[in-house]
Ligand binder design. Structure first.
Ligand code: AMP
Ligand code: MG
Length: 316
């Protein structure tokens, strides 16, 4: 049977709620980054909606793998040659390299050849095909000075770009005097500041198996909540669903004791990279890894339905 990638929009999502006293925000909903996005501004700075959306599209044009002339597309097409990239791209690639090293490769922006193999597959890839794709994967193949890719490596920032772009939107809002907003980039939720009454935003974490249900609701201020799940986007081969998140150590889709992980961090890029990494690691390894980090909280939804949070998660 033909393989296909399917996306259940909002299969793993975060639902924003606000208390009755919160004024209606100026809201813009739009499609970008291959997903549904929205920006809500709560402090009357409605004119900033255009700037917020413009920031998303500006960085998408820089970091998309598929948009011609993006920094990432140019690096992927350079056939090993050095490429001049924007300083913001260089900064994000440095962050991605750091998270790849810190997670022992669970997070790896060079996993693209394996992803392409599964995306194009009409049957489960053979060991030989997987080995050939895996030979092109490894963060050591991304060279920094000058920027270039070796050994057929390819970049895909899909696991960190949404969080990083949310950070850029926040910078823009802050520079323009905004103090209160919610940014949703395909289920990556950023609580920028607090509600106008000074209380934290409330963000509901959806049940990955039934997004109409909430597993819990948390308080959030000046943080991004990034969710990675095995069930919201998947490849289907012979009626079997395979996660769109790959374990770079095997080149195979993740299949472990986690259904979804939400990571909460001040920096969106960190939340995004770490939610992907934790999903790859599985619960025990991810839990132990998070103990080594400061200021990072997480909500795990296990395949047996258990919901486990780190100590600093404030539930409502
Ligand atoms: P996210 O939804 O943030 O977990 O990102 C998932 C996307 O990142 C996938 O659709 C792939 O494009 C890419 N990806 C898959 N596995 C990994 C991985 N282990 N490390 C980094 N990026 C990955
Ligand atoms: Mg991610």
């Amino acid at each position: 049977m033909r393989g296909r990638i399917a996306a259940v929009l909002l299969g793993v999502c975060l639902l924003c709620t606000s208390c009755q006293a919160t004024p209606t925000p100026a809201t813009r909903e739009f499609t970008a980054l291959d997903t549904l996005c929205s920006v809500k501004i709560y402090d009357g700075q409605d004119a900033l909606l255009d700037k917020a959306v413009g920031t998303v599209t500006e960085y998408e044009a820089l970091w998309s793998r598929t948009m011609e002339n993006s920094d990432i597309a140019r690096m992927n097409a350079a056939d090993g040659e050095a490429v001049t990239i924007d300083e913001n791209t260089a900064e994000l690639l440095e962050q991605a390299i750091a998270w790849s090293n810190a997670t022992d490769g669970a997070f790896d922006i060079t996993v693209a050849p394996c992803k392409e193999l599964w995306e194009a597959a009409t049957d489960v890839p053979t060991d030989e095909a997987l080995a050939a794709a895996k030979a092109r994967v490894g963060i050591d193949k991304l060279k920094t000075a000058p920027w270039r890719l070796t050994d057929g490596a390819q970049l895909d920032l899909g696991a960190i770009a949404k969080g990083a772009i949310a950070d850029k939107v926040c910078e823009r809002l802050l520079a323009n005097g905004c103090t209160s907003a919610l940014i949703d980039l395909g289920g990556n939720i950023t609580a920028f500041g607090r509600k106008p009454d000074g209380s934290p935003f409330r963000v509901a974490i959806a049940d990955p198996l039934d997004p109409s249900r909430t597993v819990l609701t948390v308080e959030a201020a000046d943080v991004t909540l990034s969710t990675s799940g095995s069930y919201n986007r998947y490849y289907e081969l012979d009626g079997v669903r395979y996660s769109h998140i790959l374990d770079p150590s095997t080149g195979r889709p993740v299949d472990n004791d986690l259904r979804a992980v939400t990571v909460i961090a001040r920096r969106g890029a960190d939340a995004d990279a770490l939610s992907t990494a934790c999903l790859v690691m599985g619960f025990d390894r991810a839990w132990a890894f998070l103990q080594t980090l400061d200021g990072i909280e997480a909500i795990f939804v296990k395949t047996d339905g258990a919901v486990i949070t780190t100590d600093g998660v404030v539930t409502v």
